[in-house]
Ligand binder design. Structure first.
Ligand SMILES: Nc1nc2c(c(=O)[nH]1)N[C@H]1C(S)=C(S)[C@@H](COP(=O)(O)O)O[C@H]1N2
Ligand SMILES: [Mo]
Length: 318
C-alpha cells in the first residue's frame, strides 16, 4: 500500500488539478460565448487535436461528489490492472500499446436483442455525463475520479433482457499478445478477467459504463476504451477494457472470487464493518493525503444503494 508524506506530493499534481478546474471554468464561459456567437464551442476545438479520439458533448451530473479530485498523475499512475502486471506502476507503461480501435463489445445471453457493438456506436448510445465518484480499493486506499460515462441501465433498457436474466457478467479482453500479465504462469488471475452484478445493481443509476475521465477519453491503463464503474463496491468490481456483456440466470463466478473465495466474494460492497481476512476495512488512505480517514458504508453511497441489500446478511454476502 502506498503511504505518502505531504512533502512527497509534487507541485505538478497540484498544477494539473488546478489547470483542469480552471479549464472547466473556461469551458463554461466559452460554451456560453459560443451559444451567443453561434460558434461551435470547445468540443469542436477538442476534436481538432490530431490523432485524438474526441468524445461527444458531456453534461454534468447531480450524482457527482464535490470532494477534491485526485490528480491526473495519481489516477493514471497508481493503478491496478493485472493484465499489465500485478504492481501499481507497470500498467501506465505497459498499457500504452493496447489497441483500442477497432473494438467491439458483444452483448449476449438472456436478451431479446443480442448485438455486437462497435465501441464508437456504444459511446453515442446515451448522453455522456461527468460523474465524479469516490473509488475505494479493497487494499484500503481511495481516490476521487471525474469519470465520463452513462448508466449501464441506458444500455440494458435498449436490449430487452428476458425474464431469466438475473445477473450481468462483464468480460475483459483476453489477448496475451497485447496484455503481458496474461502471459504470466503464476501469481496472477485466470483470464479473461470476469466480473458480475445482480441485475438490480447493474440497473442502479450510479452504475455506469465509463468512456473517459478528466474530460478526455480513458487512458489505456484506466480501462480504455470502455469499462464498468460501480462506486459503492470495491474497485475490483469495476472491470476494465471490456469486450463482453452477458445476461445470465446464475450468479457469475468473478475472477477474484475464483482466485480466493475466502477473501473475495461476489458482492464486494464497501463495508467498514466487515474486515478482509488479512486486514481491516475500517479506514482508508485517500491517495495524496497524510492521515487516514474512516471508510464509509457503501463508500458513502448508502443513501442511494442500501435498499438493494435490505434484509441481507452482509457478513455472509461479502
Ligand atoms: N480488467 C481488469 N479490471 C480491473 C482490474 C484488473 O486487474 N483488471 N483491477 C481492478 C481494481 S483492483 C481496481 S482498484 C481498479 C483500479 O483502476 P481505476 O483506478 O482505473 O479504477 O480497477 C479494477 N478493474
Ligand atoms: Mo482494487
Amino acid at each position: 500500500m502506498l503511504i505518502r508524506k505531504p512533502s512527497d506530493i509534487e507541485p505538478s499534481e497540484i498544477t494539473d488539478r488546478a489547470l483542469y478546474q480552471n479549464r472547466r471554468a473556461f469551458i463554461k464561459s466559452a460554451g456560453a460565448a459560443a451559444l451567443t456567437a453561434g460558434l461551435p464551442g470547445w468540443f469542436a476545438a477538442e476534436a481538432a487535436i490530431p490523432g485524438k479520439i474526441a468524445l461527444p458533448p458531456i453534461r454534468k451530473s447531480a450524482y457527482s461528489t464535490n470532494e477534491p479530485l485526485n490528480s491526473l498523475k495519481d489516477i493514471t499512475g497508481y493503478i491496478n490492472f493485472y493484465e499489465f502486471g500485478t504492481d501499481k506502476y507497470s500498467p501506465a507503461v505497459l498499457a500504452k500499446s493496447l489497441r483500442t480501435r477497432p473494438w467491439t463489445v458483444r452483448v449476449s445471453g438472456e436478451v431479446k436483442r443480442p448485438k455486437t457493438f462497435e465501441v464508437d456506436e456504444l459511446i453515442k448510445l446515451a448522453p455522456l455525463e461527468e460523474r465524479t465518484y469516490r473509488l475505494r480499493c479493497v487494499e484500503a486506499w481511495s481516490m476521487v475520479i471525474p469519470w465520463i460515462g452513462y448508466p449501464i441501465a441506458e444500455l440494458i433498457k435498449r436490449l430487452e433482457p428476458t425474464g431469466n436474466a438475473k445477473y450481468v457478467e462483464f468480460t475483459t479482453l483476453h489477448d496475451p499478445d497485447q496484455m503481458p500479465g496474461q502471459r504470466a504462469f503464476f501469481g496472477s488471475l485466470d483470464w479473461p478477467y470476469v466480473e458480475g452484478l445482480r441485475m438490480d445493481e447493474a440497473m442502479h443509476p450510479l452504475a455506469i459504463l465509463g468512456f473517459g475521465l478528466y474530460g478526455e477519453v480513458l487512458p489505456n491503463q484506466n480501462g480504455a476504451p470502455v469499462r464498468v464503474v460501480v462506486p459503492w463496491k470495491y474497485g475490483f468490481k469495476s472491470a476494465k477494457s471490456i469486450v463482453g456483456i452477458r445476461f445470465v440466470e446464475k450468479q457469475p463466478l468473478n475472477s477474484w472470487q475464483k482466485a480466493n473465495s475466502r477473501e473475495y466474494g461476489f458482492y464486494s460492497n464497501v463495508n467498514p464493518t466487515v474486515d478482509h481476512p488479512r486486514w481491516s476495512q475500517a479506514t482508508e488512505r485517500r491517495i495524496g493525503d497524510f492521515f487516514k480517514r474512516k471508510t464509509l458504508m457503501f463508500n458513502g453511497y448508502a443513501e442511494q444503494v442500501a435498499h438493494l441489500y435490505a434484509g441481507m446478511d452482509l457478513r455472509k454476502y461479502y
